[in-house]
Design a protein around this ligand. Sequence first.
Ligand SMILES: [Zn+2]
Length: 682
Amino acid sequence: MPGTPQRYTVTAALPYANGPVHIGHLAGVYLPADIYVRYLRAQQRDVKFICGSDEHGVPITIRAQKEGVTPQQVVDKYHAIIRDSFQEFGVSFDIYSRTSSTTHAETASGFFKQLYEDDKFIEQTSEQYYDEKADQFLADRYIVGTCPNCGNDNAYGDQCEKCGTSLSPTELINPRSMLSGNSPILRETKHWYLPLDQYEPWLREWIVEGHKNDWKTNVYGQCKSWIDQGLHPRAVTRDLDWGVPVPVPGAEGKVLYVWFDAPIGYISATKDLLPGDAWKPYWQDAGTKLVHFIGKDNIVFHCIIFPAMLKAHGDYILPDNVPANEFLNLEGDKISTSRNWAVWLHEYLQDFPGKADVLRYVLCANAPENKDNDFTWKDFQARNNNELVANLGNFVNRALVLTHKFFAGKVPAAVGFTTEDEDVLRQLGEFPARIGELIDNYRFRDALNELMNLTRLGNKYLADTEPWKLIKTDEARTGTVLHVALQLAASLVTLMEPFLPYSAEKLGTMLNLEKGAWSAAGRPDSLATGHQLAAAALLFDKIEDATVEAQVQKLLDTKKANELAAAVAAPAKDDVSFEQFQTMDLRIGTIVAAEKVAKTKKLLKLSVDLGFDEPRTIVSGIAEHFLPEALVGQQVQVLLNLAPREIKGIQSQGMLLMAENADGSLSLMQPSSHVRPGSSIA
Ligand SMILES: [Zn+2]
């Protein structure tokens, strides 16, 4: 694209307001978008950063039904949680709007109406799945079945989340209703379709030919594959009662498809942000660069369907780029809202107060830019301790503390630069352009790595020059070294701001320096001789083992709860006759003594009162589940007439009966009230 755009419209995927935001969302969408926008602002570009809650669609109504509340209550709750956690995480939207707003209803409705009046839709009556028991058509996620593309058994009516294919409900194999679990019937209903097939030649020219070199290969590849498979007309209305009503005659009880109205939400949010017609240049002027940040599951909607809508309308610009990321996994497992396998942003912010930048750093350093990636708490701790504390924080802290110690906190004069000083200053001058170019090309991971290379350069310079030793022999030279080191620290205020905004602000306060424009950053004279610094404080502190172990334990607990919930009963054994059953002598006994069997891990020797003159000795393999002293006095079930056998030299005269949980733990089988030892079970 020749020249610098006049202005930028940057959108981040609208989060569904049916649950909170997790680290996968942040790494895939919101963090890269925020870094990009903060960088543009540092260059004093005209940019609007647009987002909001997506409050329509079937996931919202399903959640409402599950929780026994209204869809509005669901979206009000999650809109607030999402908005507040984004803000605390430093995601610097110019507006965080919502698609249940009046502006949005008018905008989406107006958009549809114009396409309708311009005859851009196909009107078609067809048979759609209907749940007779629930008395409702089954749109999108109300229906699940087997994906015809990859065989996933839980593909939704609009998309298979496993392979990313966009689907129609009638394409599903063995469809079933999410409302009742029943097989649905087909019933006639009228809908409006966007004939995507008519846009295929244009999409091919625009994407396959036009964006071969500037779109990410994962995005380009997905788009090309869909276009090559052939596009089909796509219904943009639904039989539902939650959403933007279809604004044309004969459409009672129908709303706009959520994927028709949601991307229009970017436009309505811009209208909410700006007065009068001021929103228009951001969406309709050819000098505007439009960039959509999304996750890979949204590629089809942002690269094929929304552009086709914009093209059909005719008044709008098209996205310049759609830098979608791959997925982030958590501790080797796919992040899942339904399985609660996630690190939730609002919980992180509670558990790690004042550490938004640490998570920003780790998620960017490990971002799934080109392939799926994994977040682990061990890596989180290591990156904090080895990179933020030992590299970035250590450099800044040494430069400031030594200046306070030797020069009363005033930037010392530089008296004659050596080749080494000049080399460091020259390298420093090259960083802003290098980091900026990587951000311009959506390579945020590499950009962050360059930022860390700059602080590595600073640490190496201090290690080589050793100003803490030099002060004893050459105060003037020490002053020059710290002068150079402080210029490097000063450039960080601007260069690290897109990635670590809170730490950049903190550093700016310590240096008594405002953030500068990106192009001027790193200039060797940005801190003048004699400039007074404020007090030094640590930018980052160490994260201890116990802190991350607690987070890992939280995930292990989740995993265990999921396993218990998913456990199924063992299959039934073969029948026995009543006579066979009666041969077993089952009794209640009271444990009167218990001790571990020497030189074994699993065995306990128990004395059980079964109502006879002497207690019986029973050896049981339960030592890993119960402490001997906790068993004394407990009543238990015993199979009395199991043939005696010798275990580790002890004669065992019976067997304890236990219940085994799905996770392998054991429970005693006790009577509901205390009974006389020796009582029969029948
Ligand atoms: Zn699939």
